[in-house]
Design a protein around this ligand. Structure first.
Ligand code: PEP
Ligand code: MG
Length: 853
C-alpha cells in the first residue's frame, strides 16, 4: 500500500493545481519549481523504484503558505491512505542551500497510538508518538527545547507527561487532527525558510535572493515493527577516495537518519554493533538495495546515496541525494561515470569545479580535523603547512637545514626573504594582499601562504605573535597555515596528501581536448619550470628575471652594479652576473624543450636590492670596501617617495641600459648554446612597465645591436621575438602605437589594477576585507579581474592592437591569469593565452575547457 503505483487509481490532491502534485509515473515533470528533492523523487518513481506515496508542493505554494494561504488540506491528506503517518521534507533548488529539517510521524495522535499499540506493540507506538510530540514541540510550536529534548519514557505514563508538558508550555492541547498537524508543520517550515537568518545563511552559500523552497509530503515507511525493520543509507563509492566501495549505515528498529547518528565502526549494523552486518544477515535485501543504487547511478547519471527503510523485510526508497564527496572523489566519480559511458567526457569535465582542483595539488587540512583558529588573513597560496614558528629568513634556513619544517612569520616579505621562503613550509605575513611579494612568491613556489593577517599582533622585538583572543605564540611553537581558507591554526591538525592520480590525469587530458585558449605558466626558476611542465603548461608566459638575483652569490655583484659610479664599473659588475644569467636561461630552455619562454627584463626599483638593516649595510660596506656611513648615505639617496611609480621597468632600460644589454646577451648566448643541443630556441623578450612608444623603440634598437653582436661573435644565426608588457593605463590606450614594434603584448594585470584604481597592491590587504564586506568592491580586484574598469582598459588595448596588427599574440600574465572568471573575460576579448602561477595551471586548463564546451 505504501508504493506510488502506476498512477491509474491514485487520487490527485488537486488535479488542476500544478502547485500541489502527486508524484506518479505519469504525472508531468513539473518539478523545476518544486525543487531538487521533488525532481529526484519523481525520477525514482519513474524508474519504478519502491518510493512511498509522495506529494510535492511548489515554491509558489510554499511561499503562499508562509503568508497564511493554505492549500486544500483535506484534499492533501486524502491523497494518502487512511491513517497513514506522513513526513514533510524540504526541497530547495540546490540541496547545499539547506532548509528546515524534516518532520516525521505527522498523524500520530491518541487514536493512532491506541491502534498501533495493538498492531506494532505499545513500545513502538509509544516511541513514534513521543518522537513526534518532541519534534512538533521544538520545531513547529517552537517551545523551549530543554523541556522536551530529554524525554525518553515512551510508556503510557511517559506519553501523558510529554503531552501535559506540551499543553502547559503551549497553553493549548496537542493537536489531534492530522490535517491540523500537517497545516502547522507546513506553515512552520515555510516560515523558517523565509526568516532572515536562514536567508543570510543560504545567500552565503550562493543562493539568489529569491531562492524558493518546495516541500514534499511523503507517506512514512515505518522502520519499527515485526520482521526486519529499520532505516539506513547506502552508496556505491567511498566519499573520500571516490573508489567503488559499497558503504552505508543501517540500524534495525530506527527511522529517519537515526542510523547515521550511531557512533559505530560497523557499517551494516543490525541491532547490535557486534552482530552481523546487513549484508551477512539479509543478503537478499542487501542485493536489492545495491541493485537499486546501481540503477539510480545509471539513470540519474550520478553517484547517489539512497535513503531507505525496511518494513517487515520489504525495501522502501525514501530519497536519493548526491553522494557527499571530497575534491579527489569528485574527479574519480566523474571520470568513472564517463568511462562507464553513463555521461560524456565533456560532461565529466563540466562537473568539476575548477577551484576544487587546486585542493588536489596541495596537502590540505583534513576536512574533519578539529581547528583551533587563532587568526585569519587572505588565502594567498593554497594548501596546508605545519611547522615551528620562525621570525627571520635566516632562522627558516637553519630550520630547513635541521630538517625541521617551519612557518616563516614576517610583517611583510621583501626580496631578501626569498631564501627563507624557499626553506619554509609556509609563510605568514601581517601585511599584504593577493599580489604582495609574499603572495606572488608563495603561489609560485606552491608554498601555503596567508597574508594580511592584520588582527594577529606581531611583536618583532620580542618575537611573538598574539592571537585576537590574547594567546601568545613564540618562536618554536607549532602552528599550521591553511592557505586555502586563509586560516592560522594552533598545533598540527591532521592533513590529507596531494593527489595527482590517474583519474586527475585523465580528466585533465579530456579538458585539454576541449580547450581553445593556451595556458602558460609564470615561472622564474628551474623548479618552477619543472612544475609548469609537470602540469602541462604550454610554455612560460612570464619569467621575472629579478628573482634570479636574490641568490647569495648574486646579490653582492648586483649591489656592486647598483653602486657603480661609471658605466665601466657597472659593466664590470654585470660581467660577473652574465654567465650566471646565461646558465639560468639555458636551464629554462632545456627544461621547456622548445616550448616558448617569455623572459621579462629587469623590472623592480633598484633600491629593493639594497640592504634594509644594519647588518646588511655592514656586509655591503665590507664588500665594497667603503665606510658604513657612505653606504648608508647612498642607500638613502636611492630611496624614492613612490618606488612602484619610480625608476623601474623599462625606465631602467632607458637610463641604465647596460643591465638590459647584459640580459639580452645572456638570453642570446643561451639560445645558441641550447639550440646546438636540439631544436632551435626562439626566445621571447619582454619589456616591463612600458607607457610610450619611444621607450620600445630605444630599447629595441639596443637589443637588436646586442643580437647582431652575438651573431657576429658566434658566427651563428637565431631569431627572437620582442614583446611589451601592457601594464600601465597609457600603454592600453596607446596599444595601437606600441604594437608595430612588438611581436606580442602581454597584459600585466597586477600593475594595471594597481594603477587603474590608484591602489597600492602591497597595502591594499590592510583594508580590502572591509571594502569587500561593505560591498564597495564585490571582490578583491587583485584576485578577480575588475571587468568593468581594468577589463575595459584590457579590451581597449586588445582591440587597438589588433586593429593595427591582426596577428599580434595577446595574453595576460598578471595573477588573474589563473582565475576562472578572469579567464572567461580574456577568452572573450580574443587573447591567445593566459599565463599563471604553475600551481594554478591545472585550474586554468579546466576552467578554459569548460568555457569552450
Ligand atoms: C603584473 O604587473 O601584472 C605582472 C605580471 O608583473 P609583476 O607582478 O611582476 O609586477
Ligand atoms: Mg608588473
Amino acid at each position: 500500500m505504501l508504493r506510488a503505483n502506476k498512477g491509474a487509481a491514485v487520487q490527485k490532491p488537486d488535479s488542476h493545481n500544478p502547485d500541489v502534485t502527486l508524484i506518479t509515473q505519469t504525472s508531468p515533470m513539473a518539478t523545476p519549481t518544486h525543487g531538487g528533492r521533488a525532481k529526484c523523487l519523481q525520477r525514482l518513481v519513474r524508474l519504478n523504484l519502491p518510493v512511498p506515496r509522495t506529494v510535492s508542493l511548489s515554491f509558489d505554494m510554499v511561499h503562499r503558505i508562509a503568508s497564511g494561504d493554505m492549500p486544500d488540506m483535506d484534499a492533501l491528506v486524502s491523497a494518502f491512505p487512511d491513517g497513514a503517518l506522513l513526513c514533510v521534507r524540504p526541497s530547495s533548488e540546490d540541496p547545499d542551500w539547506g532548509g528546515p529539517g524534516a518532520i516525521l510521524n505527522i498523524g500520530m495522535n491518541d487514536d493512532r497510538y491506541a491502534e498501533m499499540s495493538k498492531t506494532h506493540g505499545p513500545e513502538a507506538a509509544g516511541e513514534l508518538y513521543l518522537r513526534f510530540v518532541q519534534s512538533f514541540a521544538i520545531h513547529v510550536a517552537r517551545l523551549d527545547p530543554d523541556m522536551f529534548e530529554d524525554l525518553e519514557d515512551c510508556s503510557a505514563e511517559g506519553l501523558a507527561i510529554a503531552l501535559r508538558t506540551y499543553e502547559d508550555e503551549a497553553e493549548e492541547p496537542f493537536p489531534q487532527s492530522p490535517a491540523e498537524q500537517l497545516t502547522q508543520v507546513l506553515r512552520s517550515m515555510a516560515r523558517a525558510w523565509e526568516g532572515t537568518s536562514a536567508r543570510l545563511l543560504r545567500q552565503a552559500k550562493g543562493a539568489p535572493l529569491d531562492a524558493g523552497l518546495g516541500l514534499v509530503v511523503q507517506e512514512m515507511a515505518l522502520g519499527l515493527g515485526q520482521g526486519e525493520c529499520g532505516s539506513g543509507v547506502l552508496q556505491l563509492v567511498n566519499s573520500t577516495s571516490g573508489q567503488p566501495q559499497v558503504t552505508g549505515r543501517y540500524l534495525s528498529q530506527s527511522q529517519g537518519r537515526e542510523a547515521l547518528l550511531q557512533n559505530t565502526e560497523s557499517l551494516y549494523l543490525v541491532r547490535d554493533p557486534r552482530g552481523p552486518s546487513l549484508e551477512e544477515a539479509e543478503p537478499e535485501i542487501f542485493a536489492k538495495l545495491k541493485a537499486h543504487a546501481e540503477l539510480m547511478r545509471k539513470r540519474l547519471r550520478a553517484e547517489m546515496q539512497i535513503e531507505f527503510t525496511l518494513v517487515g523485510g520489504e525495501v522502501h526508497i525514501l530519497d536519493g541525494v548526491r553522494v557527499q564527496r571530497s575534491a579527489r572523489a569528485a574527479v574519480r566519480i566523474a571520470v568513472r561515470l564517463a568511462t562507464d559511458n553513463i555521461i560524456s567526457r565533456q560532461e565529466a569535465v563540466m562537473r568539476i569545479e575548477p577551484r576544487a582542483i587546486s585542493e588536489l595539488l596541495h596537502r590540505q587540512v583534513a576536512p574533519d580535523a578539529p581547528r583551533d583558529v587563532i587568526g585569519v588573513g587572505i588565502a594567498a597560496s593554497p594548501g596546508a603547512a605545519t611547522g615551528r614558528i620562525v621570525f627571520s629568513a635566516a632562522e627558516a634556513q637553519a630550520s630547513h637545514a635541521r630538517n625541521e619544517p617551519c612557518i616563516l612569520v614576517r610583517r611583510e616579505t621583501s626580496p631578501e626573504d626569498i631564501r627563507g621562503m624557499h626553506a619554509a613550509a609556509g609563510v605568514l605575513t601581517e601585511r599584504g594582499g593577493m599580489t604582495s611579494h609574499a603572495a606572488v612568491i608563495g603561489r609560485g613556489l606552491g608554498t601555503p601562504c596567508v597574508v594580511g593577517a592584520a588582527r594577529i599582533k606581531l611583536d618583532q622585538q620580542r618575537n611573538t605573535i598574539t592571537s585576537q583572543s590574547g594567546k601568545k605564540f613564540r618562536a618554536g611553537d607549532i602552528i599550521t597555515l591553511d592557505g586555502t581558507l586563509g586560516q592560522i591554526l594552533a598545533g598540527a591538525p591532521d592533513t590529507v596528501e596531494a593527489s595527482l592520480d590517474d583519474a586527475f590525469q585523465t580528466l585533465m587530458a579530456w579538458a585539454d581536448d576541449e580547450r581553445d585558449i593556451s595556458i602558460r605558466a609564470n615561472a622564474d626558476t628551474p623548479a618552477d619550470a619543472a612544475t609548469a611542465r609537470n602540469f602541462a603548461a604550454q610554455g612560460i608566459g612570464l619569467c621575472r628575471t629579478e628573482h634570479m638575483f636574490f641568490e647569495a652569490d648574486r646579490i653582492t655583484p648586483m649591489r656592486e652594479m647598483i653602486f657603480a659610479d661609471t658605466p665601466e664599473d657597472r659593466q664590470a659588475a654585470l660581467a660577473v652576473l652574465l654567465p650566471m644569467q646565461r646558465a639560468d636561461f639555458s636551464e629554462l630552455f632545456r627544461i621547456m624543450e622548445g616550448l616558448p619562454v617569455v623572459i621579462r627584463l629587469f623590472d623592480p626599483p633598484l633600491h629593493e636590492f639594497l640592504p634594509t638593516d644594519r647588518a646588511g649595510v655592514r656586509d655591503l660596506a665590507e664588500a665594497l670596501n667603503l665606510p658604513v656611513s657612505d653606504v648608508t648615505r647612498r642607500v638613502e639617496a636611492m630611496g624614492e617617495y613612490n618606488p612602484m611609480l619610480g625608476l623601474r621597468g623599462v625606465r631602467l632600460g632607458i637610463t641604465l641600459p647596460e643591465i638590459y644589454d647584459m640580459q639580452a646577451r645572456a638570453i642570446f648566448e643561451a639560445t645558441l648554446d641550447t639550440s646546438a643541443e636540439g631544436d632551435p630556441v626562439v626566445p621571447e623578450i619582454m619589456l616591463p612597465l612600458v607607457s610610450a612608444k619611444r621607450e620600445v623603440e630605444l630599447v629595441r634598437g639596443r637589443i637588436d645591436a646586442v643580437a647582431a653582436a652575438v651573431r657576429a661573435e658566434r658566427g651563428k644565426d637565431f631569431t627572437y621575438r620582442l614583446g611589451v608588457m601592457v601594464e600601465t593605463p597609457r600603454a592600453c590606450l596607446r596599444a595601437g602605437d606600441i604594437v608595430p614594434h612588438s611581436h606580442f603584448l602581454s597584459f600585466g594585470t597586477n600593475d594595471l589594477t594597481q594603477m587603474t584604481y590608484g591602489l597600492s597592491r602591497d597595502d591594499a590587504g590592510r583594508f580590502m576585507s572591509d571594502y569587500v564586506q561593505q560591498g564597495v568592491f564585490s571582490e578583491d580586484p587583485f584576485h578577480v579581474l575588475d571587468i568593468e574598469g581594468v577589463g575595459e582598459l584590457l579590451a581597449i588595448g586588445a582591440e587597438r592592437a589588433r586593429m593595427v596588427q591582426r596577428d599580434v599574440t595577446l595574453s595576460i600574465c598578471g595573477e588573474h591569469g589563473g582565475n576562472p572568471a578572469s579567464i572567461a573575460f580574456c577568452r572573450a576579448v580574443g587573447m591567445d593565452y593566459v599565463s599563471c602561477s604553475p600551481f594554478r595551471v591545472p585550474v586554468a586548463r579546466l576552467a578554459a575547457a569548460q568555457l569552450a564546451i
